[in-house]
Design a protein. Structure first.
Length: 199
């Protein structure tokens, strides 16, 4: 067993007593718990189930490149320059402007789509409906929507509006999703760093 630990570079684990190993495991769990709570807190603050997304394709070039990290906002606090006009009386969501970039989910697909609103309409008793299109695409998104759906329901299908971005930071996420082994290696390295850390 000692030879295996030395080969893997984990010889230092022999020096740790069970209490120290347990403390390292608890520290690792606390780090993961804190990250999860920060994510959920950000979700509540932005009213979005996914407040940060990564651009996975080139459909929004030149506005956003593949790998850009986008920040979303789904609350209407009368910030008309960012999220559209103030909400209509009795409406949960304010109006979304044509030209605004939104992120939406389509039924049956896990990947959120980042595209620009090209048309909108709202009746007195109907929800706000949006038609979207990628800046780098020739046609609108009706082919991406669910079968027999021609518009997005703003309240049900839109995750949020883009309010900021950091270029190319999301490439780490793309690497981890395209190469599942890299995710295992990264998690293993993080776990080893926590266990190997001296008190």
């Amino acid at each position: 067993m000692d030879a295996v630990l030395d080969t893997l570079g984990l010889g230092e684990l022999r020096r740790l007593n069970p209490r120290q190993i347990l403390a390292q495991i608890v520290n690792f769990a606390l780090i993961l718990g804190t990250a999860f709570m920060l994510w959920k807190g950000l979700s509540v603050a932005t009213d979005s189930p996914s407040p940060i997304v990564v651009v996975l394709s080139g459909s929004m070039e030149p506005a956003f490149q593949r790998g850009d990290l986008l920040f979303l906002w789904n609350r209407n606090l009368e910030m008309s320059d960012i999220t559209g006009p103030p909400p209509a009386p009795g409406s949960e969501f304010g109006g979304t402007k044509v030209g605004e970039i939104v992120v939406y989910n389509v039924a049956g697909k896990d990947i959120p789509i980042v595209h620009r609103v090209v048309r909108r309409h709202k009746g007195a008793k109907t929800p706000e409906n949006l038609l979207t299109k990628g800046d780098n695409n020739h046609a609108d998104d009706t082919e991406l929507y669910a079968r027999n759906q021609f518009y997005l329901n703003r309240e049900k299908e839109v995750i949020g509006s883009v309010v900021g971005y950091i270029p190319f930071v999301g490439y780490v996420t793309i690497l981890l999703s395209e190469h599942p082994w890299a995710k295992s290696v990264l998690l293993g390295m993080m776990g080893l760093m926590v266990v190997m850390q001296r008190e």
